[in-house]
Design a protein around this ligand. Sequence first.
Ligand SMILES: [Zn+2]
Ligand SMILES: [Zn+2]
Length: 242
Amino acid sequence: MAAGWDFAFPPACVACGGDLDVRSRSSCRICDECRSKLTVHADHLSCLRCGAPVGPYVDRQRGCQECRREQFAFKTVFRLGIYDGAVREVVIRGKYLHGEPLLTSLAELVWEHAGNEMEAMKFNLVVPIPQHWRQRMLTRHHAPDILAEAWGRRLQVPVGYPILAKVRKTRKQARLNRTERHKNQHQVFRVTRPASVQGKTILLVDDVLTTGATAHSAARTLRQNGAKMVVVAVIARALGHR
Ligand SMILES: [Zn+2]
Ligand SMILES: [Zn+2]
């Protein structure tokens, strides 16, 4: 479709298709109604290790019941919400054809809530969780790439696509138990340019963090190759897959 449609019609919300306030100059093209649905958990207390929501009496540094048994090679997780309801719906739609504007707006929404904290981390590099080359041939766009581009732009930090490669295909994490999950993620990633990660503070990007096993495996590979620190950013944290 021609870009001219944008001028012929008032701008629409990328989540529901409803009218967007034309005065809004935000690059997040999501209407107020969708915004309030998608940000229910955005500013609630969350576990500093895994991004799960926690009550006020939990020691957020030590982890929550979702992650206490896990070892993570990443330091903390930025996320917009919980993988449920409206958030789950938009994350799934973002993967489909023409899902890129929706993903970009979701990345902007994360930035509105966590941008200051993200900036304070002083990242040197943004790295999306890669796909296996065989998967890459089948998909038009890879959600982590679109999110990484949006956050890289905001942070004014380069996005390192070819730095991390997925060298082995994996099974769907959510259906596996804990032992299978770790086996499934063993030696899945490889750093193709170690000099590019040495001493760097890296923002590792995925669309959803489920058990954390994938992000852990990627973060561990980056750390083993000399990265100083790895922090994860996703749209949503999925719960209940312990
Ligand atoms: Zn909307
Ligand atoms: Zn946790």
